[in-house]
Design a protein around this ligand. Structure first.
Ligand SMILES: NC(=O)c1ccc[n+]([C@@H]2O[C@H](COP(=O)([O-])OP(=O)(O)OC[C@H]3O[C@@H](n4cnc5c(N)ncnc54)[C@H](O)[C@@H]3O)[C@@H](O)[C@H]2O)c1
Length: 277
């Protein structure tokens, strides 16, 4: 059995003292502490039952020290957060290409219209703040402005979601990207992604059910960073940074599956094809 949280985005909850140890969390549960959200209670129940837990929403949920301690103690795999399906998927495809070719960025304006219930919930400013944090962080990690100040030190990044009922599940994600190239020459990229929210998300749920089950059968526990491929805010150890680049995420995923099968890792070196035998 596997549990995947696909419930509505919760209002933004910051890390609180009650989340810091398993003991404080269990005390908080007994006293109905306001910083313990419904999704954390589901996650706690899942881990206590030895059931792997994944988080498809941007809420903290299982990404708190108390529940990570429980996952490790009980030997249960966990992963999250926030399925990467539409606009952020595109962002984590395009941003690595800009960086690879050293094209600079002045600004990235992203907006969405959608009319399903998720859109309705995200229209609420407190729920949107949880989603916004998840959506905004990807560019910083991919572009590394601290190492590429001339190209990425000054860009503006905005993300908006508008609830527009007539669209139903047919989401439209629109991006305007202001870039600059050689001799600071300005250029633009426009992306108009006419997508279907659930059609993009459902296959991720199916993959994650299989892979979390595989992780448990393979004796893996705690954060499953190799599943970052599926998430907008990938969980990782506190001393690491989350990997957002889709192509690095895919290599991690493939290499972990090869490792679990006892096969050689992918290096992409390829020299062996050209060396004289
Ligand atoms: N493409 C996608 O669909 C996509 C992509 C990334 C992230 N997500 C996230 O996945 C989550 C679900 O998205 P959705 O489109 O399926 O939303 P949805 O509104 O269609 O479904 C959410 C369901 O959660 C239920 N729910 C809310 N609070 C609950 C609680 N405390 N306990 C049990 N059930 C509860 C609601 O009644 C509803 O049935 C959201 O957080 C969304 O942001 C979805």
């Amino acid at each position: 059995m596997v549990m995947l949280w696909c419930g509505s985005t919760e209002v933004l909850t910051e890390l609180d003292d009650v989340h810091k140890t398993l003991h404080s969390f269990e005390e908080g549960l007994k006293h109905d502490h306001p910083a313990i959200t419904p999704s954390m209670i589901y996650a706690y129940a899942s881990l206590m039952s030895g059931v792997p837990f994944g988080n498809g929403a941007p809420n903290l949920t299982v990404d708190i020290p108390a529940l990570l301690e429980l996952a490790t103690d009980r030997g249960v795999p966990v992963c999250g957060k926030d399925f990467k399906t539409g606009q952020t998927l595109m962002k984590t495809i395009i941003a690595p290409a800009l960086k690879a070719r050293q094209l600079g960025l002045h600004g990235w304006f992203s907006t969405n219209i959608l009319g399903n219930r998720d859109g309705d919930v995200l229209h609420d400013p407190d729920s949107f703040r949880t989603k916004e944090r998840s959506k905004l962080s990807v560019l910083e990690y991919i572009l590394q402005p601290e190492l590429n100040d001339d190209l990425y030190g000054q860009y503006e990044h905005q993300v908006h979601i508008h609830y527009y009922k007539p669209r139903g599940d047919n989401k439209e994600g629109w991006d305007n990207i202001d870039i600059f190239g050689w001799l600071d020459y300005p250029m633009q990229i426009k992306v108009n992604f006419l997508c279907r929210d659930s059609i993009l998300a459902a296959p991720l749920v199916l993959d994650l059910v299989l892979f979390l089950d595989l992780a448990q059968r393979s004796g893996l526990s705690g954060i499953q960073e190799w599943l970052s491929f599926y998430f907008k805010s990938p969980m990782c150890a506190p001393f690491l940074y989350p990997e957002h680049d889709l192509f690095i995420q895919l290599t991690k995923l493939k290499n972990t599956l090869r490792y679990l099968r006892g096969e050689e890792q992918i290096t992409h070196l390829g020299l062996e094809y050209y060396q004289q035998r």
